[in-house]
Design a binder for this molecule. Structure first.
Ligand code: CA
Length: 225
């Protein structure tokens, strides 16, 4: 998962970045507020770790701008300001959580994982992967802000992939999960459905999410070339 870290203090930035990378995250660092906002608007991230006191544009302004434009990306604020008023302001502006410096990396990681889980499960049943959003309650999917016109089977197929990211799924497993049946091994129902889904969901975009694993099946992964 890609995380955007907006932090101007070199030591804190290095410490957080190293810890996240050791835990399997890909980290993009912005040292100025304006740069952070621009990256948040143009690239896909699973979450933002946002310092409040930043050069050019502060964290509150970044958060407000993102929420005003409709972004629901999970945001964890980092700050040395620990007054109640500042915390309330951050949460009112739409921060998902708040961590006061100095903090331990393990606490940051725990908070980050919590907001990521909440972001995809309990807050609303929406799965987000890169620029893809799957709303399991409304049964609709968006990519790069545009609604994907999917059939019910294509939607279920996409939801299955997104819920089991990184796991190679065989045609048999996919058939059982999406069609609730076992197809004869010589039918190509699964291949045809995946081809149609890719045409709508992956082909128009640079970042491909569904990958073929020859002789095995398919994997949904936003980190593969
Ligand atoms: Ca700062």
């Amino acid at each position: 998962m890609r995380v955007l870290l907006v932090e101007d203090e070199p030591k804190t930035a290095a410490f957080v970045r190293r810890g996240l990378e050791e835990n399997g995250f890909t980290v993009l660092l912005a040292r100025q507020g304006d740069e952070g906002l621009s990256l948040a608007r143009t690239e896909a991230f699973g979450a933002i770790i946002l310092d409040i006191s930043l050069p050019v544009l502060d964290g509150f302004s970044i958060l407000a701008a993102l929420r005003e434009s409709g972004s629901e990306i999970p945001v964890l604020c980092l700050t040395a300001r620990d007054t109640v008023a500042e915390k309330v302001k951050g949460l009112e502006l739409g921060a998902d959580d708040y961590l006061v410096k100095p903090f331990s990396f393990s606490e940051l990681l725990a908070r980050l994982r919590t907001i990521l889980r909440r972001g995809t499960q309990s807050r609303d049943p929406v799965i987000r992967v890169a620029d893809l959003e799957i709303d399991l309650r409304r049964l609709r999917a968006m990519r790069n802000g545009q609604r994907l016109d999917l059939t019910a089977k294509e939607f279920n197929l996409l939801a299955l992939f997104a819920q089991r990211q990184g796991e190679v799924l065989s045609r048999t497993v996919i058939a059982e999960e999406v069609w609730d049946v076992n197809f004869d091994s010589d039918t190509n129902v699964v291949e045809v459905a995946i081809r149609r889904l890719r045409k709508k969901m992956d082909d128009p975009f640079v970042l491909k999410l569904i990958h073929t694993v020859r002789g095995v099946g398919y994997v949904f992964d936003s980190n593969r070339a």
